[in-house]
Design a protein. Structure first.
Length: 259
């Protein structure tokens, strides 16, 4: 058993605090950016359309904005709509926390589609690259969730359980670390193995990510406490699991259309 005593703030200069959560976003984007360009240069040296690698650099700006806006709007709509309806000015207070993965995903898809139309680049070509590097950001994000002592797991008797004193004195599953492993490391390996298969078909990674992340997230939800302001919908299922079912459904539709 481990008692959580990690500080969410790495450095505090009084007028400026550097938080692990902010660093997770920064490193996730930077490393994903670097790996994405490596994948393009190694895997897509010969493609049947003209692509300037600098276009991927330009796409990153769109993605950063999409992650921030999509993640925040998703949290507001999916997880705490009542509160923000009464306190609309708090929507802009991203530094207080409250981001949704599924909202960020929708933002990324919309921004990528818009960028691909603008630059005349196949949308699934870009999305395939993004989903192959996205698990890096997910990994860092879940580690930051653990450091923050948020999104805690359900109670357990396992010896690797963690006590989060800021929540209560119960021994809980470190569900954030489970998600970091499965949604981050495992998906990163699987996505890149699929991408580098011979005779790869554009769009495969996109629909496989939707399906696999959805499955893994639903599995993770069994070990994670639901958001207290939402609880279990219909006294049965969490909001995260419902949104992940929609991911799987969307992935299957793309798979059937691609087939």
């Amino acid at each position: 058993m481990y008692t959580h005593n990690l500080d969410p703030i790495l450095f505090d200069f009084g007028f400026l605090a550097i938080r692990w959560y902010s660093l997770a976003y920064i490193f996730g984007i930077l490393i994903g950016w670097w790996l994405g360009k490596k994948i393009i240069l190694k895997k897509f040296q010969t493609i049947d359309f003209e692509f300037d690698i600098k276009a991927f650099d330009n796409l990153i700006t769109y993605l950063i904005i999409a992650i921030l806006i999509g993640g925040r709007i998703g949290y507001v709509l999916f997880y705490n709509f009542g509160y923000y309806l009464s306190n609309p000015l708090d929507i802009i207070k991203i530094w207080e926390g409250g981001m949704s993965f599924h909202g960020a995903l929708l933002g990324i898809i919309i921004a990528t589609y818009w960028f691909s139309i603008k630059e005349d680049i196949p949308t699934f070509f870009l999305l395939d690259i993004i989903v192959c590097v996205a698990p890096i950001g997910i990994f860092f994000g879940r580690i930051a969730n653990f450091i923050n002592g948020e999104l805690v797991g359900k109670t357990t008797e396992m010896f690797w359980g963690v006590v989060f004193p800021n929540i209560d004195n119960a021994v809980r599953h470190p569900s954030q670390l489970y998600e970091a492993f499965f949604e981050g490391l495992v998906l990163l390996i699987i996505m890149n193995l699929i991408l580098f298969k011979k005779n790869y078909k554009t769009g495969t990674c996109s629909y496989m990510f939707l399906i696999l992340y959805g499955v893994v997230r639903i599995f993770s939800e069994f070990f994670r406490e639901p958001d207290p302001q939402v609880g279990y919908l219909f006294n049965l299922i969490s909001m995260g699991a419902i949104l992940s079912f929609f991911m799987i459904f969307a992935g299957l539709i793309i798979f059937l259309k691609k087939r």
